[in-house]
Design a protein around this ligand. Structure first.
Ligand SMILES: [Zn+2]
Length: 116
């Protein structure tokens, strides 16, 4: 199964605290690399590739068996804060959640428990 090619063109750019010590706002680019054709199913719903920091990271949104939405990010901040189930300590996840809050999140409506 191959994802719809057009989905790979979804690109979001936003300003986030930069990777340097002064955390000067820098542009970060979020690109959708995978989108589950059946977002109501458990498992990975969507993944984003994140560029702009020191390294390239990957964010994924997973639906668990109990229908909760869990964010994952491969950056050190998210790994460090892995005890917090929603990776709240990671600026990449926070950034993309802000986008959904301002434009409306079609995924979030499926599960009220996704609101941290
Ligand atoms: Zn992150």
């Amino acid at each position: 199964m191959v994802a719809t090619p057009s989905s790979s063109f979804t690109l979001i750019t936003m300003m986030l605290p930069g990777p340097d010590r002064k955390r000067i706002p820098s542009p970060y680019h979020f690109r959708v690399t995978y989108r589950n054709p059946n977002p109501g199913e458990t498992g990975c719903i969507v993944t984003w590739e994140v560029r702009g920091g020191r390294e390239q990271y990957q964010i994924s949104l997973e639906r668990t068996d109990d229908d909760a939405l869990v964010w994952h990010c491969t950056c050190p901040d998210a790994v460090y804060h892995a005890d917090y189930r929603h990776a709240c300590g990671c600026k990449h996840v926070q950034g993309i959640k802000q986008v959904f809050e301002s434009i409306g999140n079609p995924v979030g409506r499926l599960s009220a428990r996704a609101v941290a």
